[in-house]
Design a protein around this ligand. Structure first.
Ligand SMILES: Cc1cc2nc3c(=O)[nH]c(=O)nc-3n(C[C@H](O)[C@H](O)[C@H](O)COP(=O)(O)O)c2cc1C
Length: 263
C-alpha cells in the first residue's frame, strides 16, 4: 500500500508528521496498521524527494507547491479580513459551473480524523427558497411561544414583514448534510462552509451564514426536511447563502481587541 522508491533517504519526516503511526523500517517508512490510516496524504505531500507513494492517497493526485509560499502574510491578512457577510444580492442566478467551482473548495477543509463525510444540497428554486424562509419564520414563532433563549431576537425578525431576513433573497442556498449518526458532521461543516465563504469573493460571489435557517433545520423541524426531501437518516449540518453581492465594501471592519493569556 505504501511504495517507497530508492531515492528515499529515510530522513523520517513522514514518520514524524503522521497522525497515526507510520514507522521507519529498514527499507523506508512502513504502515503496520493500515486500517488506522486516515488517508490525510501528509506522508506523501511532505517528502522532499517525492520518494513515497500511497495507494489510498496517490502522489499523482497531489499538486506540487514547489518552493513558493502560497501567500505573503500581509496579502493573506487582507484577504481573510476582506470576507464579508453579504446580505444584499443582485437578482442574478449563479451559473452551475461557478457553484461547482465554489463548492469544490469545501472538499479541502479540515475535518475530524480527515472524516470529511458531508454532502451538499444547492437550492436555487425561488419558490422553494421562499418556502424555506417561511418555514423558518414559523419555527421561530413556535420558539417565541415556548419562551426560548433567543425569543427576543426571533421577535425582532418575525415582526419585520416584507423583507426576507432569513435567506436575504439570495439566489442560492448551500446546505451541508451528513448522516445523523456522524457525530462531528456539524463541526466539519463549519470548516467546509468557512472555506466556501472565503473562496466566494475570488469568484466574484458573496455569501452569508444562514444561521437562523440552520438552527431551525438542526432542530429537526420536519417541514424543512419535507420541503428538501432529505432522507430520514440525514441531518442538516450547516448552510450558507450565495449570490453576487449588490454592493462593494470599501473598508475592512475592526473587531474586539485580541484577548490572550499565557501560562
Ligand atoms: C454561525 C453563524 C451564524 C450566522 N447566521 C446569520 C444569519 O442567520 N443571518 C445573517 O444575516 N448573518 C448571519 N451570520 C453572519 C454574522 O452576523 C457575521 O459573521 C458577523 O456580523 C460579522 O460580519 P462579517 O461576517 O461581515 O465579518 C452568522 C454567522 C455565523 C458565524
Amino acid at each position: 500500500m505504501i511504495v517507497v522508491n530508492q531515492e528515499c533517504t529515510k530522513c523520517g519526516i513522514c514518520v514524524e508528521i503522521c497522525p497515526i503511526g507510520l514507522e521507519m523500517g529498514q527499507d523506508g517508512p512502513k504502515l503496520n496498521y493500515a486500517a488506522s490510516c486516515i488517508k490525510c496524504g501528509h506522508c506523501v505531500a511532505v517528502c522532499p524527494q517525492g520518494s513515497l507513494d500511497h495507494e489510498m492517497v496517490p502522489i499523482n493526485k497531489q499538486v506540487s507547491l514547489g518552493n513558493n509560499q502560497v501567500l505573503d502574510s500581509e496579502t493573506a491578512g487582507r484577504f481573510l479580513r476582506s470576507r464579508r457577510s453579504i446580505r444584499k444580492y443582485k437578482n442574478e442566478a449563479v451559473p452551475k459551473e461557478e457553484m461547482l467551482k465554489l463548492l469544490d473548495i469545501a472538499r479541502f477543509a479540515p475535518s475530524g480524523g480527515n472524516s470529511q463525510g458531508l454532502s451538499y444540497i444547492v437550492v436555487t428554486d425561488k419558490e422553494l427558497l421562499t418556502k424555506l424562509s417561511e418555514a423558518t419564520l414559523k419555527w421561530m414563532e413556535e420558539q417565541i411561544n415556548k419562551g426560548g433563549a433567543l425569543s427576543k431576537t426571533y421577535k425582532g425578525i418575525v415582526q419585520k414583514t416584507g423583507q426576507d431576513l432569513i435567506l436575504r433573497d439570495a439566489p442560492a442556498l448551500v446546505i451541508a448534510t451528513a448522516p445523523k449518526n456522524f457525530p462531528i458532521g456539524r463541526d466539519n461543516a463549519r470548516y467546509s462552509l468557512a472555506y466556501v465563504e472565503l473562496y466566494a469573493p475570488t469568484l466574484g460571489l458573496g455569501s452569508c451564514w444562514a444561521g437562523f435557517f440552520e438552527m431551525c433545520a438542526a432542530s429537526g423541524y420536519p417541514e424543512i426536511y419535507q420541503l428538501l426531501d432529505i432522507a430520514e437518516d440525514t441531518t442538516v449540518t450547516g448552510a450558507v447563502m450565495v449570490g453576487y453581492p449588490q454592493y462593494k465594501y470599501y473598508r475592512l471592519v475592526d473587531r474586539n481587541p485580541l484577548q490572550v493569556s499565557w501560562r
